[in-house]
Every structure is written in C-alpha cells, then in structure tokens.
Design a protein around this ligand. Structure first.
Ligand SMILES: Cc1cc2nc3c(=O)[nH]c(=O)nc-3n(C[C@H](O)[C@H](O)[C@H](O)COP(=O)(O)OP(=O)(O)OC[C@H]3O[C@@H](n4cnc5c(N)ncnc54)[C@H](O)[C@@H]3O)c2cc1C
Ligand code: FES
Length: 261
C-alpha cells in the first residue's frame, strides 16, 4: 500500500452522473493488479472525513496515468466531480485483493459480467487478460441508454453485449438474460463486479459449477485498511472457518460462493 498525491489531468462526464477522471502520479507504478481499489480523499478539508473506495479502471504505467470512473451520487463523489485539471487528489492504495490472473493461460476463455459502477474494474482486467492471450467475452448491464459507458472500449477487446433494463440501448433486460441465451457459455473462468442482486444471481448459478469464478463486492467502507470493521460480511461456513471477512482486506474479490450475499 502507498499513499500519494496525484494530479488531475482530466475529469469529465461520460454518462448520466458518471465521470471519467484521469490522474497522474508516481503511485501508478504500484497499480499492477486489476480489481484492487484506491481510497480517495474527495474533499480538501475534513468534510467528508472518510475516503471513498474507487476501483482502478485503467492504468498507463509508462505515462504514470491512472483512470477512475465513478458515479457522482453522494457527498464525496459529488466533490470529486468538481475537481478540475491541475488540482491535487490524495489517494491511498492499491488496497485489497484483486482478480487472480497470474494462472491464466494463452487460449483460455474468460467471461466478464458487470453492472453499473461495477463495470470499471473489469476494463483494466479485460486489458490484462487480453495481454496474456486470454479470449475475453463481456456482458455489461445498465439501467438505461444515458447510463451506458465503456461499451465501445470492451468491444475492442472481445465479444461484448450490453443490456439496459428499459431496452433503450443494447438488449432489453438483465445481464443474466444474455447468459440464459448461452452467451460465452464455454468460459474457463468468470469474473464479475456489480450490484448485489446481480452477484447473488451469478452466485446461485455458478457456485456448484466446476469452473473458476470470482466476484468483487462493492460495499460500504470506512477505513479501507482492516481497522474499523465497517465492511464485514459473513463467509460461507462450508468453505471458510473464519467468523467474518473484512471486504477491504480479505476482498473485495472472493471466490464465488465464498461469501454469504
Ligand atoms: C472496492 C470498491 C470499489 C468501488 N469502485 C467504484 C468505482 O469504480 N466507481 C464507482 O462509482 N463506485 C465505486 N464504488 C462505490 C463507491 O465507493 C461509492 O459509490 C461511494 O463510496 C459513495 O460515496 P458518496 O460520497 O457518493 O456517497 P455518500 O452517501 O456520501 O457516502 C457515505 C458513506 O458510505 C460509503 N458508501 C456509500 N455507498 C457505498 C458503496 N456502494 N460502496 C462503498 N462505500 C459506500 C462511503 O464510502 C461513505 O463512507 C466502489 C466501492 C468499493 C467497496
Ligand atoms: S473498511 Fe474498515 S475494516 Fe474494512
């Protein structure tokens, strides 16, 4: 873990209430594992006191650039949306355990399933998998057309399907509807991040499956470093002898079925 000041290069809206922030800083050289997160100080003073966890969406180690995509919905993220080029952002990270990718082999097939603000970490993951020669298929879901982002970026990396609940973009329905149609059904490994109902649906489907599958949980956090217990969740007693997991340090990525959702 590192703590550093990054400089805002760009911070612009890319969808309804969703912003893409590009930052520059030495911290970037440590951001090598997709699925890890950064704890971002959103304001300049002590209000809000708590940092906000945001996933690493894209990294350019050579240029020392880092991209975050976030939804400006509450106090902290709305302050973040006000930052302009040249301003400083105080960042702690990388934190947590990311998506396991070192065992992936050339020619394997990965299925990525994301929803809403769970989509950004999957983009960095997709790029790293493609670099390793893994075939990536992605399905991402949003509420409606004006909330959709990263669809064309994923399309450049592999087969991509987009769903919206109201059908205003891509296919009408949920990401699981696309899976029901048999999309990328022959995957070797599944990676997912998104809203709890989506993760629950995937967990019901794939826990008994023989294939590797991982979910990343975006839950409320306080300290982000294992000290405050704000982020605890219950492990599946069949798979773990621990009485609780801290999502910030034991996760946010877990084997599917490892946590009771
Ligand atoms: C590991 C991880 C990665 C994440 N990555 C992203 C991302 O890439 N893009 C993105 O838009 N969002 C992401 N989130 C969710 C994001 O952290 C929350 O939306 C954000 O903290 C809400 O802060 P706020 O100031 O908008 O809301 P407020 O209502 O002001 O937040 C109040 C408090 O609740 C916490 N909180 C509220 N909602 C959440 C939540 N869903 N998850 C965690 N803490 C929450 C805040 O940290 C803060 O302590 C991630 C969450 C986690 C845990
Ligand atoms: S956020 Fe404090 S222990 Fe996880």
């Amino acid at each position: 873990m590192d703590k550093g000041i990054c400089i805002v290069v760009k911070n612009e809206p890319i969808a309804d209430q969703v912003y893409r922030m590009v930052l520059e800083g030495e911290l970037v050289q440590h951001l090598t594992q997709p699925g890890q997160f950064l704890h971002v100080k959103c304001g300049d003073g002590i209000d809000p006191l708590l940092r906000r966890p945001i996933s690493i969406c894209d990294v350019d180690i050579e240029q020392q650039l880092l991209t975050l995509i976030y939804r400006a919905e509450g106090k902290g993220t709305k302050l973040l949306a006000e930052k302009v080029a040249g301003e400083k952002v105080d960042i702690l990270g990388p934190l947590g355990h990311g998506f396991p990718i070192t065992e992936r082999k050339v020619g394997e097939k990965a299925l990525l399933v994301g929803g809403g603000v769970g989509v950004p970490p999957l983009y960095y993951l997709a790029q790293e998998l493609v670099k390793r020669g893994v075939e990536v298929s992605t399905v991402i879901g949003f509420g409606e057309a004006n909330q959709v982002f990263l669809d064309s970026e994923f399309s450049e990396l592999g087969a991509t399907r987009v769903t919206t609940i109201d059908g205003s973009f891509g296919e009408k329905g949920l990401v699981t509807d696309v899976l029901d149609q048999g999309f990328a059904a022959d995957f070797d490994v599944l990676y997912s991040c998104g809203p709890l109902p989506m993760l629950k649906a995937l967990q019901q489907r794939y826990t008994q499956n023989e294939r590797e599958a991982y979910i990343s949980i975006e839950q409320r956090m306080g300290c982000g470093v294992g000290a405050c217990l704000a982020c605890v969740c219950k492990p599946n007693p069949e798979l773990s002898s621990k009485s609780y997991y801290k999502i910030c340090t034991d996760g946010p990525v877990f084997n599917i079925g490892e946590v009771i959702l």
